[in-house]
Design a protein around this ligand. Structure first.
Ligand SMILES: [Zn+2]
Length: 114
């Protein structure tokens, strides 16, 4: 994964820098390539978070082929309007939590126990 950052010199001329992270290995599991699909779906660390989320929702976790598949199965599990709205609201918390945890490892070198 690469991050493009813009910085400014003392003369306020802009300069684009490409900052390569120290490696392309997932910062959470340190095993697989750091991709979006891996980070939010197939990472072994993140899988535990998804298992917790399914358990919290009192749902059994099935095998999902992708992040889209996982999220759509959660959202479509309850067909009532109230259930769908609840799930659409809460399911976004997991990727947000994972993204924050990843960034804490990458930028602050801090690991949180799961
Ligand atoms: Zn990983």
């Amino acid at each position: 994964m690469e991050i493009v950052a813009q910085s400014y010199s003392g003369s306020f001329q802009s300069k684009i820098e490409i900052i390569s992270l120290s490696s392309d290995v997932c910062p959470l599991c340190s095993v697989e390539e750091d991709t979006v699909e891996h980070l939010f779906h197939s990472c072994t660390v993140v899988s535990e978070v998804w298992k917790w989320f399914f358990k919290w929702c009192k749902l059994s976790m099935e095998q999902h082929t992708s992040l889209d598949h996982l999220i759509s199965s959660l959202i479509n599990h309850d067909t009532s309007d109230k259930g769908k709205k609840f799930m659409e609201t809460t399911v976004g918390c997991v990727p947000w939590f994972v993204w924050k945890a990843r960034n804490n490892v990458v930028f602050n070198n801090t690991r949180r126990r799961w």
